[in-house]
Design a protein around this ligand. Structure first.
Ligand SMILES: [Zn+2]
Length: 208
């Protein structure tokens, strides 16, 4: 047996890759979609309201801040609905985003933090606290679930699927290769290529 740590290092790499690429099963995907749609329905909202996470945060009465976090911290959410205000703030719902993140990244971070709130609210929790730290290599199942929900907010299933089906229509888009299709979706939904590709595969798992 080698004792130089290289095997451990390789294993970690493989584990990291696999864990970060967890593909959820159909039932689980449906469950997560339902958590969001139930949450929205109770508030008179729909997936028309979720593509712009800043607007959604405002509709849900969040205060949004930009913060000079360490590079490793993407964002933070603090909610305490048992109080009218969180200490030192004038609101009981706060999301702070790393000011150095680019625009696309900021949108995803806000959607991610809102997804925490949505999930906890549906579990009848009144207090939510979460920090997103991307240096935390091996992301747990829960965080991946929240990432899925963030993507579901930014790229609503039905609309996204319709767009994807259209883009695959050779009569409508005779000259479109895969890259052109992805680009079109990246522009429309203001997400990165990884987000678009992942959403396509998840929507394929979900079927109709
Ligand atoms: Zn998180």
């Amino acid at each position: 047996m080698k004792k130089d740590g290289s095997i451990i290092k390789e294993l970690k790499k493989i584990t990291k890759k696999n864990i970060m690429r967890t593909i959820f099963e159909k039932d689980k995907l449906g469950e997560m979609e339902k958590v969001i749609s139930d949450f929205l329905a109770k508030r008179g909202l729909s997936f028309f309201d979720t593509k712009d996470p800043v607007a959604l945060a405002k509709k849900l009465n969040f205060s949004l801040f930009l913060a000079n976090f360490d590079d490793s911290i993407d964002g933070v959410i603090i909610v305490d609905e048992t109080k009218s205000k969180i200490d030192k703030f004038d609101n009981n719902k706060i999301i702070a985003v790393n000011s150095s993140a680019n625009k696309i990244r900021k949108r995803f971070i806000i959607a991610h933090e809102l997804a925490h709130y949505i999930k906890e609210s549906e579990n009848n929790k009144k207090v939510v606290y979460a920090t997103r730290d991307h240096n935390n290599d091996i992301r747990g199942f829960d965080e991946q679930e929240i990432d899925y929900m963030a993507a579901a907010l930014l790229m609503p299933k039905d609309e996204f699927k319709k767009d994807w089906d259209n883009l695959n229509n050779k009569i409508l888009y005779p000259n479109f290769d895969e890259n052109a299709k992805w680009r079109k979706l990246m522009d429309k939904y203001a997400v990165d290529i990884d987000g678009v590709q992942r959403r396509i595969s998840e929507i394929e798992i979900m079927g109709a």
